[in-house]
Structures are given as C-alpha cells and as structure tokens.
Design a protein around this ligand. Sequence first.
Ligand SMILES: Cc1cc2nc3c(=O)[nH]c(=O)nc-3n(C[C@H](O)[C@H](O)[C@H](O)COP(=O)(O)OP(=O)(O)OC[C@H]3O[C@@H](n4cnc5c(N)ncnc54)[C@H](O)[C@@H]3O)c2cc1C
Length: 431
Amino acid sequence: MRAIVVGSGAGGSLAARELRKAGMDVVVLEAGSEFRPMSRRVTMTEPFRRAGIMGTERTIHRLFPAMWTARSSDELVLVRGITAGGTTTIACGNLVRATGGLDEIGLDLTKEFEELEAELHPVTFPRERWRPTTEAMFQAAERLGYNPAPTPKAMKAVRCVACGLCEIGCGSGAKWDARQWLDQAKLEGAEVRLETPVERVIVERGLASGVLVHTKRGNETIKSDLVVLAAGGIGTAQILRASSLPVQDKLWADIVLTLGGSKQDAEMLSEPPMVWYTKHDRFILSPYLDILSHWFHKPWRNVGLKDRVGVMVKLGEEANGVVEADGTVRKELTSADHDKLAAATELAKRVMLDAGVEGPFVPGMLNGGHLGGTVPLRREDVDSMHPGDLPENLYVADLSLLPQSQGLPTMLTASALAMRVVKTITKDRMT
Ligand SMILES: Cc1cc2nc3c(=O)[nH]c(=O)nc-3n(C[C@H](O)[C@H](O)[C@H](O)COP(=O)(O)OP(=O)(O)OC[C@H]3O[C@@H](n4cnc5c(N)ncnc54)[C@H](O)[C@@H]3O)c2cc1C
C-alpha cells in the first residue's frame, strides 16, 4: 500500500516515520527546501533597525527563507515554517501537553503524549544559566501568586550556546526539531521530495487517488492508495479548499503579544527564549525577547538589544480565520480577544514592575504561529480519527484537527494527533 504524506512538520514527519515502520510505501511531499538556520549575526542588523530601514516583517523571509509571514488583518501577523521539518525548526523547543477542547470531543491522547515524551526526554533549561532579569521576573511571578514553572523543552541543554534565538534556527544542534523523524523515515525507506508543493488532492469516484504537485519542472500527478495531509493549519486547509473539499473557517493561531520594557544590560538573548512560564485560563506568560517586534515594530525601536526585556502573553483566541484556495488568510481579533489580551498584558506588566524592569511598557507586534482548527475533529470522528466528510482514504495528521486554540505550545499535541491518526490507519487498514 502506498501513502502520500503532505508536509514534514510536527505531524507529517512523525506520520511518515510511523507509516513506514508499519510497512507502507511512503512518499513525503514537502513544499519547502532543506532547512538552514539564519546565518546573519543579529547584532549586525542593529544599525539598520535603529535607522528604521529594516522594512516590514516581510523582510524576514528574504533574510531567512524558512520563515513565512503574512498579515491576516491590519494588526495580526501569522508565522509558519515552510521547510523540511516545518514550523518545529523555528519553534522555541517548548514541549507541553496542550489538551484544550479534547475532553469535549472524547479524545484522550495520554498514551501518545507518554510515548512521545519518552522519546524526546523534555528537560528544563538549568536555572543557573537564566539571565538575572529572567530570574527576578520568575521570583516576581511567584510573589504575585502566578505559580511560574520552568518550561519543559525538547533540547540538549549542554549543547545550547544561549544565542537566544531558537526561532531563527538552532545552529548548535541543541534543539530538537522534526527533521529527526524525517531522517528516520528516510532511513526506513521513505521517499522524501522537497520543494514539491501539493496543489490539490485528486478525487476519483469518491476516493483520493493521489495529488497534483507543482514543481520547477511543471505539474505532476502522483498516485497513491492513501493521502495524509499534514501541511499545517493553513497548508492543509489551502489544499482542501483547492480540491473543493470541506474546510472550516475556524483557523486559530494562539495570539502572541510581547510586552516590552527595559533594563540596562538585561541581555535576554544570552539565554533561550521562554525558560519559564505561568499558566492561566487559556493564556501563559513567559520571558521572551520577540525578535520580530524588535526588528520590525516601530514602537519598539528606541530600546537596544542589550537592554530590551519582554514578557510574552500567548493567548488562546476565537477560532475565526478563513483560508482561501490561494493560501490567503483572513483573520481578525474579536473585541473579546482584545479584552482578554489587555487583562493578560496587565499581569505581564505587574511581573515586570515587581522585578524592577523599567517602562515605558510597549506592546509588541501581534502575531500567531500555532495554526490549527481548520479540519476540527468532532466526537463522531474520534474512533476513526477521520474527519467524516472527507474521502475515506484521505486523512489529516496535523494541528488542523485540534478544534480550539490553546494559549500553550502546540507541537507535542500536533505530533500526538498524528500518532493517533497513524495508529488508527494501521489498525483499520493493515490488519
Ligand atoms: C516562531 C514560532 C515558535 C514556536 N515555538 C513553539 C514551541 O516552542 N513549542 C511548541 O510546542 N510549539 C511552538 N510553535 C508551534 C509549533 O511549531 C506548531 O504548532 C507545529 O509545528 C504545528 O505542526 P503541524 O504539523 O500542524 O504544522 P507544521 O509543523 O507547520 O508543518 C507543516 C508542513 O507542511 C508544509 N507545507 C505547507 N503547505 C504545503 C503544501 N501545499 N505542500 C507540501 N507541503 C506543504 C510546510 O512546509 C511544513 O513543513 C511555534 C511556532 C512558531 C511560529
């Protein structure tokens, strides 16, 4: 049996490895190219930033092709990784169980979480290597009763050179990303084709018979018995839309707003991002120097890299985004989202003030990079892990399946969903 897996991120790479291990012929079709961390030194960009000639957030794609950004509204920038390994290559390495909305549909992923954690060995970054301001903010959060905890991460802390910029690719090999699974799939015999974006699924007599790809050499049809879409919340929705198959206008992104303050020589880039976090109702706070805001957000221009301090609010928002067949995304924050964001930002400000961080406190660029919800699982889909209105041999194995935003890191959940999808496929189709 031949399976096509579309995308090689948190969901796709794992699905490819597991399907191959189960004995299927597997072809992975990935739109992006081989991943390379950004090679330019961040300090070299400071003069351009101060002079205000860095342009908009779209510049990042020219400096660092793996990072894709797009504005879904005047105020919101969406971010994803289009490359081998997907968005995990530009993730901060945080590894937590995000389970919001799963009880409601009767899906328990505990076993998959346990299996993945046993493989990835999450660790916390040694506290003696935290920057003093980060430590002070942790203690402030404790005093304020927010119960901060060190963040579990998929990384080898001893290898980490503390460049502070996991999001532009780990140059030291300390941080895990899904290319590890992709390599394992290849070793097991899977075929991996990079720079091969899938345009649509071909449906014949009600079944998926393969996909149409568009490469530099032109269009090509690739046939298979099974298609697994794992192109992420936007990519999977785009392909389904282009195939005239059902998609929900319910994209969510987990909104990030980093409140910026300053402290002389805080040097937040001399530690990994987000070494601790506080968990609240559908949002977290975490120390973070948001590099997109630092480079491209005008209101942040007056504070230099050494002195900039940030606390991130990551908020689960309303699932209301629309993905079109050409990949255009429309998504706005609702007034309820804005109210929740304002309340959460107030807590971030309290932490910073209590830790002696100085104002003015300036909100950073609104962005979101946890893209899910476009093919939400329903209770009746859970046994088969197959969204009922898709052709019976067309599956989804990425964050698109997760019905609601989390306000928490999401890659472990994307992988756990993919693992459950593959278990179900192999049980139902290969026994
Ligand atoms: C800056 C940033 C930091 C993050 N940090 C963390 C973190 O620390 N911890 C955490 O848990 N989560 C983090 N996330 C979120 C996490 O990385 C994602 O939720 C997770 O990777 C989603 O997995 P996925 O498989 O759904 O999609 P992805 O990992 O995005 O994979 C989708 C893949 O599909 C490919 N693709 C897209 N369209 C097509 C097409 N038409 N044809 C073929 N291939 C296609 C893409 O190139 C990509 O490889 C972060 C996100 C961002 C943006």
